[in-house]
Design a protein around this ligand. Structure first.
Ligand SMILES: Cc1cc2nc3c(=O)[nH]c(=O)nc-3n(C[C@H](O)[C@H](O)[C@H](O)COP(=O)(O)OP(=O)(O)OC[C@H]3O[C@@H](n4cnc5c(N)ncnc54)[C@H](O)[C@@H]3O)c2cc1C
Length: 247
């Protein structure tokens, strides 16, 4: 069977995100009229923006947004993702979309690693839930809200898809929490994919993003994964690779 794992596609983003954020910052610090600000924005603003970010003036990063299409993720991931309030979500509906033909689901790698028997057991459990779902749909036959109530027997493993928009400031925050080894495996996989997508587009914005330990001591304290050096090296390599590509 086709084992699902998170997929993120970058659909669109603010053109010239570095220059847009730099222009926003110059608006704060400069008396120049718009035409001169725009002329400056046509030149390389990366180092100026790096300085602004270092100074802690993070709000200018809210002017650049990134829109992703996320698929092959579980409803368990969805519950965590949508806790990020400074993001916009449009999620496939279990009310409007019938799953009468069965549903896709995510198998945790730990179950797959137990071997074919464990995997088959998990698949049988999913099939049982799909049967229960259809039973309730049939019981509500003709009722417009059949899907709405039948879905109550569906599992967290059930796959979903969504369109999500985050601004650059929120993305950096999201990466610091969800690229961390302490985050749950599925959302961590998704977060790293998203990081790899945005980093080459705007290294000046994202080159120091990633889990908290990339920027200093591990914020997890005694619950640290203990692999900060490894994680730092991994993210430093991603940033180096992105720096070699033109912004
Ligand atoms: C490893 C891990 C374990 C977790 N375990 C649990 C758990 O057991 N139970 C649970 O319920 N959740 C858990 N969470 C979710 C966590 O509590 C947050 O809800 C989630 O990470 C979103 O973070 P956030 O609120 O900082 O982000 P966002 O909602 O993206 O907000 C970004 C930032 O904006 C600011 N902000 C947003 N809204 C407000 C507001 N209303 N008031 C003031 N400032 C605001 C804050 O500075 C916030 O950090 C866990 C998260 C992680 C990473």
């Amino acid at each position: 069977m086709n084992i699902l794992s998170p997929k993120a596609a970058l659909i669109t983003y603010t053109p010239d995100p570095v220059n847009v954020c730099a222009l926003a910052a110059r608006t704060c610090y400069s008396a120049l009229p718009l035409d001169e600000l725009l002329a400056k924005a046509k030149t390389d603003q990366a180092d100026f923006l790096r300085g602004v970010i270092r100074s802690g003036h993070q709000s200018v990063l809210e002017h650049a947004s990134f829109t992703f299409y996320v698929s092959d993720v579980s409803r368990a991931l969805l519950a965590q993702l949508t806790r990020h309030r400074i993001a916009s979500f449009s999620v496939q509906s279990q009310r409007y979309v019938s799953l009468s033909k069965g549903f896709d689901y995510v198998i945790p790698p730990r179950i797959a690693e137990l071997g074919p028997e464990a995997e088959a057991k998990f698949e049988a459990q999913m099939a049982q839930m799909a049967d229960w779902y259809r039973e309730w749909q049939d019981a509500f036959d003709g009722d417009r809200s059949a899907n709405e109530d039948a879905r109550f027997v569906l599992p967290n493993a059930c796959a979903t898809r969504l369109t999500m928009t985050m601004n650059a400031r929120e993305l950096i925050h999201f990466f610091s929490l969800r690229c961390c080894n302490r985050a749950q495996w599925e959302i961590r996989t998704l977060a790293e994919q998203m990081y790899r997508l945005v980093l080459p587009i705007a290294p000046a914005i994202f080159e120091n993003a990633g889990p908290g330990c990339v920027r200093g001591a591990c914020p997890e304290g005694s619950r640290s994964c203990g692999k900060a050096a490894e994680v730092k090296a991994h993210y430093a390599q991603l940033a180096q690779e992105a720096a070699r590509k033109p912004e």
